[in-house]
Design a protein around this ligand. Structure first.
Ligand code: NAD
Ligand code: UDP
Length: 346
């Protein structure tokens, strides 16, 4: 029997989970799976600032306790080492954010069966906690449910173009199945669900070796290494800064029950990957060369969110421009490159 590893477990007496933190009160007891990752750690920071009690569950496969540095002293944070593929008994909650899942293609493809299990069995396990707790639960879904989209920009009504047998399928189909489980739990058990379709998001606390394009380009530029454009660089992505994205997740969680989604969350400003490389070179003043490598299989040609629903129902739009967000991100990686032992291994 595999057991969870309790790294930091507190049930502070001033925040009992038996009513004082129930939904409707200002202080809530909130579960964040994948809380030691990039997005999860920023979300936990905001939830703690709001006075909530937070339980972080993570298996530290792509995440790192260093991401929670500065928060670990907070008595309202508990951290539990656990794989969400396995059922979890961590008490009851008012709200659950399900973020556990590797997000970078090289990471989610490294063990594709584990990725599918994390998406599907993980969703089932947290939905059961939501059902038992009568908690509101938010799923971190993804623009990858649209696959290589033939509709542009992508509205939530587009059903997508996913290759179900390719190397990205473990993630794309896993996330699609998780969405269907969320809606079935809402229909069968009346669970209050929220499904966010997150588009490419970047910022501090991404791993330098994460493998996604923003971290790769910035780290390569800062180290004077070749900048690796996959394919011709004409494919597009729309990049959202992490603080905007976390704000969108929290607004979705706080929205009326009728707003269950799916809701696209992302920045509609669209760039080619070639443009991104030029911007990073210019902003870092790097001497790096740009080199062209093979395009990965099934790499989507274009991606841009239609955020009409988020605007209308959450009053949410992103505010941070690519240049402002990149400037924060470059500062972070400058210090990570200078002190490799301090954060993640480089
Ligand atoms: P990340 O890899 O930094 O974080 C994922 C976290 O989940 C890590 O801390 C990892 O250790 C943990 N994890 C993975 N498998 C687990 C398991 N089986 N049990 C417990 N913990 C596990 O990635 P991120 O960018 O922070 O992404 C967070 C969530 O948002 C993911 O679900 C991802 O699919 C989704 N998302 C992110 C983006 C983006 O651009 N960042 C876009 C779309 C969707
Ligand atoms: N990409 C690239 N060089 C890199 C990493 C990624 O050109 O070093 C490309 C990748 O092929 C894709 C885009 O950048 O077209 C975004 O890739 P990422 O892995 O960040 O996210 P996703 O493909 O999941 O949107």
């Amino acid at each position: 029997v595999m057991r969870s590893r309790v790294l930091q477990w507190r049930v502070p007496s001033e925040f009992p989970s038996n009513g004082a933190t129930s939904r409707g009160g200002s202080r809530k007891r909130i579960l964040v799976t994948g809380g030691a990752g990039f997005l999860g750690s920023h979300l936990i920071e905001r939830l703690l600032e709001g006075g909530n009690e937070v339980v972080c569950v993570d298996n530290f496969s792509t995440g790192n306790l260093q991401n929670l540095r500065g928060m670990l002293r907070n008595k309202r944070l508990s951290v539990l080492g656990h794989d969400i593929v396995l059922p979890l008994d961590a008490g009851t909650f008012d709200e659950i954010y399900n973020l556990a899942c590797p997000a970078s293609p090289p990471h989610y493809q490294a063990d594709p069966v584990q990725t599918t299990k994390t998406c599907v069995l993980g969703a089932l396990n947290v939905l059961e906690i939501a059902r038992i707790s009568n908690a509101r639960i938010l799923q971190a879904s993804t623009s990858e449910v649209y696959g290589d989209p033939t509709v542009h920009p992508q509205p939530e009504t587009y059903w997508g173009n996913v290759n179900s047998t390719g190397p990205r399928a473990c993630y794309d189909e896993g996330k699609r199945c998780a969405e269907s489980l969320f809606f079935d739990y809402a229909r069968m058990h009346g669970v209050s669900i929220k499904v966010a379709r997150i588009f490419n998001t970047y910022g501090p606390r991404m791993r330098p070796d994460d493998g996604r394009v923003v971290s790769n380009f910035v780290v390569q530029a800062l180290k004077g290494e070749d900048i690796t454009i996959y394919g011709s660089g004409s494919q597009t992505r729309s990049f959202c800064y992490v603080s905007d994205l976390v704000d969108g997740l929290m607004r979705l969680m706080a929205s009326p029950d009728a707003v269950n989604g799916p809701v696209n969350l992302g920045n509609p400003a669209e760039f080619t990957i070639g443009e991104l490389a030029s911007i990073v070179v210019e902003m870092t003043g790097s001497q790096s060369n740009i080199v062209y490598c093979d395009l990965p299989v099934d790499d989507p040609r274009q991606r841009r969110p239609d955020i009409t629903i988020a605007k209308d129902s959450l009053d949410w739009v992103p505010h941070i421009s690519l240049k402002d967000g990149l400037s924060q991100t470059i500062d972070y990686f400058e210090s990570a490159v200078a002190n490799p032992d301090d954060r993640h291994p480089l």
